[in-house]
Design a protein around this ligand. Structure first.
Ligand code: HEC
Length: 100
């Protein structure tokens, strides 16, 4: 019975795994070369991005779009180059950023 419970727990962790993003996913996608959670690097901090879009119904869609297609002129003069390789992880990253 214990073994079965453990197997179930492991299976459910695997199942929800891809939906849970964290800093490791941002690192994997090289976002952290320009972004940190709570301080400005070349790009705005993820907390600043979350604060800017809090309350917007389509916040996650805006973030996904900016991640894949790039962003220019929202926070300053430095543009963000498009990150097409992060497309698969972009929804999870957007969700994580908005949770900060
Ligand atoms: C080469 C540096 C660089 C990399 C790499 C980078 N960013 Fe950015 N990012 C920026 C800059 C600079 C801005 C501000 C652009 C602006 O003012 O519009 C920005 C802005 C953003 C925004 C805000 C868009 C908005 O409309 O509010 C999001 C979301 C974002 N980045 C997510 C990511 C994610 C996720 C990754 C990794 C897949 C990533 N960035 C990788 C430099 C970078």
């Amino acid at each position: 019975m214990k073994v079965l419970t453990a197997a179930f727990a492991a299976a459910s962790i695997l199942f929800v795994g891809p939906a849970i993003a964290d800093e490791a996913l941002a690192k994997k996608n090289m976002c952290t070369t320009c972004h940190a959670v709570d301080k400005k690097l070349m790009g705005p901090s993820f907390k600043e991005i979350a604060a800017k879009h809090k309350g917007a119904k389509d916040a996650e869609a805006i973030l996904i779009n900016a991640t894949v297609k790039g962003s220019k002129g929202v926070y300053g003069k430095i543009p963000m180059p498009p990150q097409p390789k992060a497309e698969a992880d972009a929804p999870a990253l957007a969700k994580w950023i908005m949770s900060l």
